[in-house]
Design a protein around this ligand. Sequence first.
Ligand SMILES: *Cc1c(COP(=O)(O)O)cnc(C)c1O
Length: 456
Amino acid sequence: MSNEKIPYKIYLEESEMPKQWYNVRADMKKKPAPMLNPATLKPVTAEELCHVFCDELVAQELDDTSPYIDIPEEIQNFYKMYRPSPLVRAYCLEKALDTPAKIYYKFEGNNTSGSHKLNSAIAQAYYAKKQGLKGVTTETGAGQWGTALSMACSYFGLDCQVYMVKVSYEQKPFRREVMRTYGANVTPSPSMDTAVGRKINAEFPNTNGSLGCAISEAVEAATSQEGYRYVLGSVLSQVLLHQSVIGLESKIAMDKYGIKPDIIIGCAGGGSNLGGLISPFMGEKLRGEADYRFIAVEPASCPSLTRGVYAYDFCDTGAVCPLQKMYTLGSSFMPSPNHAGGLRYHGMSAILSELYDQKLMEAVSVEQTAVFEAATRFARVEGILPAPESSHAIKAAIDEALKCKETGEEKTILFGLTGTGYFDMYAYEKFNDGKMTDYIPTDADIKASTDKLPKV
Ligand SMILES: *Cc1c(COP(=O)(O)O)cnc(C)c1O
């Protein structure tokens, strides 16, 4: 089909929206390794996990055989308030780059929380409500997840307690206020409210906090209050499942116009948007029906796939969570306070880690100033002010499009534009003032934390 026939934005009809999530694990011959109980080193049971997570979400977490899982009607209805998200043909960016490549992006920033996180937040809040719980606890790094969860909890009338990484709490006061506006309780982490927070504060008195610390605190808060469970916005397989709505919608939209992407790119923090975007395409690759190149883009300051080790590790700093086999920098790794807060996690989704280990997916790392150059370039031609996290994918997409310019290849590139950057203007200010720096950990920094990995 010729270029002219493809609209700037491809939307789906309500009737074309996915009614089931897709679980890519079902098509993986070699499945992700099971989570282990840190005390017994045996695979965790549903019963053990049910103390921490909602029952239905535990079932989804442990299900690596059902390819499709119905999206409950209440969740489908909520999705209709802000979905389908547009699939945009980046005609203006293509022109600015003077590339023969065709670039598409799936834009998830069109809701108040400003990112894809709402896709899983609403699902997790729904199952908590269905179980009759009073509320949920969670962590938030950059604040997008906490915001999304606050919105979802207020929709279902659930209490929402958010532990927010201290550096973000201070850098992004407006995020905090959005959460409070939706009725959430927000505490900077590490706090003095939990035993694990007090311990981390004693050990690292001037810490900026990290996602790993905040997770430990939120888990403790959930397990020490009656009628509460813990929810997590990334990394877990259930989150990738919910985020598959991104990839499913993209695929339906592309199929409608006979478009087949050659390269699919996403930024990778814990892996949920990337996993969700690539899942249906990866399913085709795993079943031998089609081939695609998949690229995970991570910050050079927190390079779990490109420089981490594939091993069992704790999902949190306080070592209260189950052990997960993943590419990790070690749960004691404290990333420098860079501006892509949502990508500052020490590990990577078990599903993506396994796919990467099987060489079904590639990974690259990019430096912060180059990411903001790409973000600025994109904003000026495509109009959308991208989140710093999303801009990692923009940077890699631009690099691939420029390679096409050299070779003359007309490749089709699809990338995930996960959110908007309105709450990141402090970071943009640093960049605009020429004060942004790049930080890359040394091998010794990484070894210091990977040396402390649990012996399994
Ligand atoms: C949280 C976040 C990410 C990274 O999380 P993943 O689980 O890796 O998707 C990326 N972009 C935005 C806008 C985010 O809020």
